[in-house]
Design a protein around this ligand. Structure first.
Ligand SMILES: Nc1nc2c(ncn2[C@@H]2O[C@H](COP(=O)(O)OP(=O)(O)OP(=O)(O)O)[C@@H](O)[C@H]2O)c(=O)[nH]1
Ligand SMILES: [Mg+2]
Length: 433
């Protein structure tokens, strides 16, 4: 399904980074760029960097450095330069002229990876929309940029047809894509409507943090996983059975990255809906990565950008603990390994704690053997306990997802119900989060 390219087929790339002001290289960020370029079908054969007070408005880097890049590219037999920065369209075309190479900025690189990895129809629509929205304001200034001939990074997807399309056609394609995505979205809404009343958990985190592998281990699924960025571009939801035999819905979705392009955030709106609807976010952080601090900041930032309030409960899940040499328990969150299954029992019990605290708990005394009302309770609530009491009545302890007031409405007023008490606190359980 996924092709691995032979080294000879990889596009040779010169990677350029500028450190502006007090910036210096952050742990793992060069490795990350190399992995991103590999995912887009390239191989870094040379690297250049420059320290500057501020970016040059015309070329981002200095004129002398641009000349150096041209020479390095010639020497290394490459005609593709990737900048780990976002550049203006003018900067790209001036740099292309100065270096005689194709110049790709960070946003275009990430868009190219998404285009390369997209497998589902929805992901393909979303990425084409993101690429066109990125290209549209740049069409006039960058005409020659989009008229690059041949194959390679940045030419997949709409790039291939840029020669023929003008702004008007790009706009009409954008509205076509928006309509199609809306269609998929409304179909998705119908599917998810059947799931109301279920507690929703979404695994979020930096790309490659081990999210899909965690879901696979928890739910015995076989989602695609790989040691590369953006292996997952769509959302998958599965039922997860907790140790108390209750069921919740758990979802895996697209990973985040530092400076995630705005066009992607916008066009992956439907995919990211699952994050907005979550009752609990499991924030997966690769404990074995030296860049984990940077990853946590990037995830926090992205959650804010997609409109997630800080009040949404979240639990940090430190992943890949089997790969940590000098392992120590973190001060907060849960440490796990999807490979060795270490810590998964603790994680599941913490989930129960979070879920229980978010339910509206009530105690109900009703006639024993009233199976209709009991089955209604079982289907719409979490029934924690049913105990026999005197006179042919049973006492039921149950919780309903907040906002699910209809439960009370449906049950109250039926003469078989002797009492209904809403509890102020969740009942004591062994599972405290
Ligand atoms: N050692 C170790 N490696 C793991 C573990 N979990 C995942 N990995 C590896 O980490 C890499 C990324 O795993 P994925 O599950 O694809 O990560 P992801 O967060 O879903 O990544 P994207 O979908 O690309 O954002 C794969 O090579 C996994 O085999 C673990 O518990 N231990
Ligand atoms: Mg994944």
């Amino acid at each position: 399904m996924y092709t691995t390219r032979e080294p000879a087929e990889l596009e040779r790339v010169l990677l350029v980074r500028a450190y502006i002001g007090n910036e210096s290289e952050e742990a793992g960020s060069t490795q990350e760029m190399i992995a991103l370029i590999q995912s887009a079908g390239g191989s870094v054969v040379a690297q250049e960097s420059q320290k500057r007070k501020t970016p040059d408005p015309r070329l981002f880097i200095g004129r002398g450095k641009a000349d150096e890049l041209r020479e390095t590219a010639l020497r290394e037999n490459t005609s593709t330069i990737v900048f780990d920065h976002n550049l203006s369209s003018g900067q790209v075309s001036r740099l292309e002229e100065a270096t005689n190479c194709k110049v790709i900025d960070r946003t275009e690189l990430i868009l190219a990876i998404f285009a390369e990895q997209a497998r589902t129809r929805e992901a393909k629509l979303q990425i084409e929309l993101a690429q066109l929205q990125y290209a549209l304001p740049r069409l006039s200034g960058m005409w020659h940029h989009f008229s690059r001939l041949g194959a390679g990074i940045g030419t997949r997807g709409p790039g291939e047809t840029q020669l023929e399309i003008d702004r008007r056609r790009a706009r009409s394609r954008i509205s076509y894509l928006e309509n199609k995505i809306e269609e998929v979205e409304s179909r998705w809404k119908v599917v998810s409507a059947g799931r109301t009343g279920m507690y929703n958990i979404t695994i979020v985190g930096y790309t490659n943090a081990g999210k899909s592998t965690l879901l696979n281990t928890l739910c015995s699924t076989k989602l695609y996983t790989a040691d590369k960025p953006f292996a997952t571009l769509d959302t998958t939801s599965r039922r997860l059975i907790l140790p108390d035999s209750s069921k919740v819905l758990i979802s895996d979705t697209v990973g985040f990255i530092e400076r995630l392009p705005e066009t992607l955030v916008a066009s992956f709106h439907t995919t990211l809906d699952v994050v907005r609807k979550a009752d609990l976010l499991l924030v997966a952080v690769d404990r074995s990565s030296p860049s984990r601090g940077r990853h946590i900041d990037a995830v926090r930032n992205t959650l804010k950008r997609i409109g997630i309030k800080e009040s949404v409960p979240s639990l940090t899940v430190w992943t890949k603990c089997d790969a940590v040499d000098d392992f120590r328990y973190p001060r907060s969150g849960v440490a796990v390994s999807a490979f060795s299954e270490f810590g998964l029992d603790v994680l599941l019990n913490r989930i129960i704690g979070y879920r229980d605290r978010s339910l509206d708990w009530f105690e109900l005394v009703l006639k024993r053997y009233d199976s209709a009302i009991l089955s209604r309770l079982y289907s719409s609530c979490l029934v924690r306990d049913v105990t026999n009491c005197e006179d042919g009545f049973v006492r039921v302890l149950a919780g309903a997802l907040r906002g699910y007031d209809s439960v009370e409405g449906k049950i109250y007023g039926e003469d078989i119900v002797r009492s209904f008490v809403r509890l102020a606190e969740p009942p004591e359980t062994a599972h405290t989060g």
